[in-house]
Write a protein that binds this ligand. Structure first.
Ligand code: SF4
Ligand code: SF4
Length: 201
């Protein structure tokens, strides 16, 4: 007969004295280890909709949908049933690692997978003022403008977004620039339209 190893014997004795390692959940509350990451959650106030987290997520648990009908918005989606709690999203988050964070939540059961297995937040999109293509989220453009400081004044897209957020320019001023021509150069534009207005007007 094969005798148990000393380590296994010690574990068995410890288990006899301390009781089982497993908890009696759901009959009694379960307290996870303080270092347990748990479910990740978006932070509506901190996320700028840049998609860096989607890019790095190894489980493809983060996705987005852009909707340009009506008020243009980007919906950020986190599939909580696919997430493996690896923390790559938080590590890559450009918003001081606060756009998506662990919540410590570990109870992941739900009744309706189609309705409860994901969480979403929405961010306002900035469209090209000529062709209507999505440039990015307004908060992301503002984040870039603030990050590069006065260099943002080399890009009409960035400084116009910044001035709009400060209320310095509004739609009345923009409508005065409605004609195509040199004034197109100071609009918020996608890269192809910026190129066209720079090279052809
Ligand atoms: S914790 Fe990992 S798996 Fe979950 S959303 Fe973040 S990057 Fe994806
Ligand atoms: S700000 Fe952070 S959480 Fe929001 S999309 Fe970018 S990386 Fe993801």
């Amino acid at each position: 007969m094969r005798l148990p190893k000393l380590r296994e014997l010690m574990e068995a004795i410890k288990a006899l004295i301390k009781g089982p390692y497993t908890s009696s959940f759901p009959y009694e509350p379960f307290n996870p280890h303080p270092n347990f990451r748990g479910q990740y959650q978006f932070n509506q106030d901190k996320c700028v909709g840049c998609l860096a987290c989607e890019e790095v997520c190894p489980a493809k648990a983060i996705a987005h949908q852009d909707n340009v009908d009506g008020k243009p918005v980007r919906t950020m989606i986190h599939y909580t049933d696919t997430c493996i709690f690896c923390g790559m999203c938080e590590a890559a988050c450009i918003s001081n690692n606060e756009g998506i964070k662990t919540s410590g939540k570990w109870e992941l059961s739900f009744f309706d997978r189609k309705k409860e297995s994901f969480e979403t937040i929405q961010k306002e999109l900035q469209l090209c003022e000529i062709c209507g293509e999505v440039i990015g989220c307004k908060e992301h453009l503002l984040w870039i403008a603030e990050k590069i400081g006065e260099l943002a004044y080399s890009s009409p897209t960035l400084y116009q977004t910044r001035l709009q957020s400060l209320g310095v320019i509004d739609d009345n001023i923009k409508s005065a620039l409605g004609d195509r021509g040199r004034s197109d150069r100071v609009k918020i534009l996608c890269a192809p339209c910026r190129r066209k207005t720079t090279l052809t007007t």
